[in-house]
Design a protein around this ligand. Structure first.
Ligand SMILES: NC(=O)c1ccc[n+]([C@@H]2O[C@H](COP(=O)([O-])OP(=O)(O)OC[C@H]3O[C@@H](n4cnc5c(N)ncnc54)[C@H](OP(=O)(O)O)[C@@H]3O)[C@@H](O)[C@H]2O)c1
Length: 239
């Protein structure tokens, strides 16, 4: 078991990559604290983890609300006494449309979901990680945080900013033995609303289990190695 004794908070754990990561990390011995908004999905996840003989907790959280995020970190510390790993797996594009069609509310929602949540989460867990003098933070980002793509302007803006936030934190936190990685993913066979591609195309995409494996790899690096950025792409698809 590669993560025995470690406590991992995973956001976006009710579906997609976060769900797969929660299952994998629990199997590898981590105590998983699963966060997202859908309580029923989180409780189902935790019951599946328990059925395999592992330990998980569900703490329903809207990561765009900084007070709920603070509560998530405090509850984790009161239950488990430590936070070793934070995996930020919350995101979404909301819609694909010309820039002038995005309302103020849609802009704010994309920025809050893809960027502010990761900032609130880091701010909430870093004090504990500094006290422990150790920690791993992974922000699951997107290829569109490296390259602008038409008709998803707010998402590109949020993802570029997430990359900048991650780079800044990586430099700042390294002296505290806290390592920050951005995983830049191409298309994943998850919800990907509103793309909704055909099944044959979906089968060519990265699986959520593949992404979970890459997250595990980053959390189990040898002590001499750090990975600031990890781009991952489907073998035969260029987006
Ligand atoms: N799918 C792709 O092609 C792709 C490509 C590159 C990067 N990514 C990134 O991968 C990550 C995971 O996405 P996914 O593909 O696995 O899609 P997904 O299945 O839709 O997962 C998104 C997760 O985020 C949670 N979430 C959304 N808003 C939230 C909020 N305000 N507070 C708390 N949780 C919230 C959702 O749960 P609730 O609704 O229960 O809150 C869900 O668990 C995202 O960061 C996304 O940007 C995805």
């Amino acid at each position: 078991m590669k993560l025995k004794g470690r406590v991992a908070i995973i956001t976006g754990a009710s579906s997609g990559v976060g769900y797969s990561a929660a299952r994998l990390f629990a199997r590898e011995g981590a105590t998983v604290v699963a966060a997202a908004r859908r309580r029923d999905r989180l409780e189902h996840l935790v019951s599946e983890i328990a059925a395999e003989g592992h330990q998980g907790f569900s703490i329903p959280t809207d990561v765009t609300d900084s007070s709920q995020v603070q509560h998530l970190a405090e509850k984790t510390l009161s239950l488990l006494g430590q936070i070793d790993i934070l995996i930020n797996c919350v995101g979404g594009m909301m819609k694909i449309s010309a820039i002038e069609t995005f309302s103020d509310a849609e802009w704010r929602r994309v920025i809050d979901t893809n960027l502010s949540g990761a900032f609130y989460m880091a701010r909430a867990v870093v004090p504990a990680m500094k006290r422990q003098n150790s920690g791993t933070i992974i922000n699951l980002g997107s290829r569109v945080g490296k390259m602008g793509v038409a008709n998803i302007g707010p998402l590109c803006a949020a993802q570029f900013a997430l990359a900048g936030l991650s780079q800044s934190m990586a430099q700042e936190l390294r002296p505290h033995n806290i390592f920050v990685t951005t995983v830049y993913a191409g298309l994943i066979n998850a919800d990907i609303h509103p793309l909704n591609p055909a099944e044959a195309f979906r089968r060519q995409l990265i699986t959520t289990d593949d992404v979970a494996q890459s997250l595990l790899w980053v959390c189990t690096l040898p002590p001499s190695l750090r990975v600031d950025e990890l781009p991952i792409m489907p073998r035969q698809v260029d987006f």
